[in-house]
Ligand binder design. Structure first.
Ligand code: HEC
Ligand code: HEC
Length: 331
């Protein structure tokens, strides 16, 4: 594949987005709820974990859990020192900068944190296979249309310090995220049946959206009946790939790229449960609903997913989960 061409595409997409209005930073979490929780974790085993925080956002939990439960916050750790450092130093950073979106119910996909519960976040970071030096957590730059920040250099070095503590104590816990191999469960026929190539953006006009927003086609790149490939051919910062109809890329490009966890294109279709099992994730539908009911004019273009398409997406994912359960992926 011609890397220069991909880069050109990516740059074109970035420019197109820049043309679509400035990002709104008003949704940024402000970390108000920092550390005011008192978590008690009890696993199904014998463990009890207890964390106490102060209201100033510098919570210092003292996890003493040694249970064998499967609830995040109660999983065993290989490194008591690593866990203590994470809770005291790393978690407050993530709580302030990332928890506004990456806790259950938030717009961040996946949900890899537990709000104001550093011990549970510690386990969730492991369950999402993020506990590595070159983690997506440190690699991930500014995202979510500019509303999500990047970790600072100092914060990244604290993350590195944490990982080195984990490694020094006999290494990390099982670092296999089920989604790393999950793409081998995908069925090409079922993927093609979704017909992602038929999707088009819809220019917002009076009457075609509940907010009654209006967009002028001349001011807005890609908002008026554009195929998704205009911006989603090879731009991994968008978190979604749909290059169908782009004749320069190989015909199975979109299908193959959709299998990837890194960049995390696969997450538009499947996420993990709190205990690390794959589950259907209606990522494209969630984005569609957002563009119809919440997004502003000139932000992400509006698009609508029909019930038929949503059914096909779910069938595609359900089939893969069934194969994963029976161990028949890639066979
Ligand atoms: C304003 C909401 C928001 C905030 C704040 C936020 N994120 Fe996100 N994040 C998202 C959304 C939306 C997605 C899914 C789309 C995407 O991948 O860009 C996402 C996806 C991710 C992913 C998974 C996709 C991938 O590329 O692997 C990671 C990792 C991530 N964010 C890290 C972070 C980190 C680290 C922070 C804090 C420094 C953070 N996010 C703060 C909204 C947010
Ligand atoms: C003008 C460029 C542009 C076009 C056209 C476009 N997108 Fe996007 N899309 C983006 C950008 C930039 C992002 C990342 C920032 C954001 O979430 O708004 C994104 C993000 C997404 C996401 C991931 C959001 C998340 O939170 O994980 C989905 C899903 C998506 N787009 C679907 C579509 C579909 C489907 C189409 C075609 C109907 C489409 N987009 C057309 C620019 C575009």
């Amino acid at each position: 594949m011609n890397a220069r061409y991909l880069l050109a595409l990516a740059l074109a997409a970035a420019a197109a987005v820049a043309a679509c209005g400035s990002p709104d930073s008003s949704q940024l979490g402000n970390g108000e709820d920092n550390g005011d929780g008192t978590g008690t974790g009890t696993g199904t085993g014998t463990g009890t974990g207890k964390g106490t925080g102060t209201g100033t956002g510098t919570g210092t939990g003292t996890g003493t859990g040694t249970g064998t439960g499967t609830t995040p916050g109660t999983l065993p750790t290989a490194s008591k020192a690593g866990k203590a450092y994470f809770i005291a130093t790393v978690a407050p950073i993530l709580e302030a900068k990332c928890a506004g979106c990456h806790t259950p119910g938030g717009p961040g996909n996946p949900s890899w944190m537990a709000k104001a519960d550093a011990a549970a976040t510690y386990d969730l970071v492991y369950l999402n296979a993020y506990a590595t030096a070159a983690s997506r957590i440190v690699i991930k730059g500014v995202h979510s249309g500019g509303n999500a920040p990047e970790l600072s250099a100092d914060e990244k070095s604290k993350w590195a310090q944490w990982i080195s503590l984990e490694v020094a104590d006999g290494g990390q816990k099982a670092q296999v995220n089920v989604l790393e191999k999950f793409g081998t469960c995908f069925d090409k026929t079922k993927f093609d049946a979704i017909q992602l190539g038929t999707l088009r953006t819809i220019r917002r006009q009076q009457g075609n959206n509940p907010q009654n927003l209006t967009e002028n086609a001349n001011n807005c790149t890609g908002c008026d009946n554009a195929p998704c490939r205009t911006c989603h051919s090879a731009d991994d910062v968008t978190g979604f790939v749909n290059a169908i109809g782009n004749n320069i890329l190989p015909p199975d490009y979109t299908f193959e790229q959709t299998k990837l966890l890194n960049p995390a294109y696969i997450r538009q279709y499947v996420s993990t449960t709190p205990t690390g099992e794959p589950q259907f994730n209606p990522g494209i539908m969630t984005k569609s609903t957002n563009t119809v009911t919440v997004a502003k004019a000139y932000s992400h273009p509006m698009f609508k997913i029909t019930p038929t398409m949503q059914t096909a997406i779910q069938a595609f994912v359900d089939d893969a989960i069934a194969k994963q359960k029976t161990g028949t992926c890639g066979k």
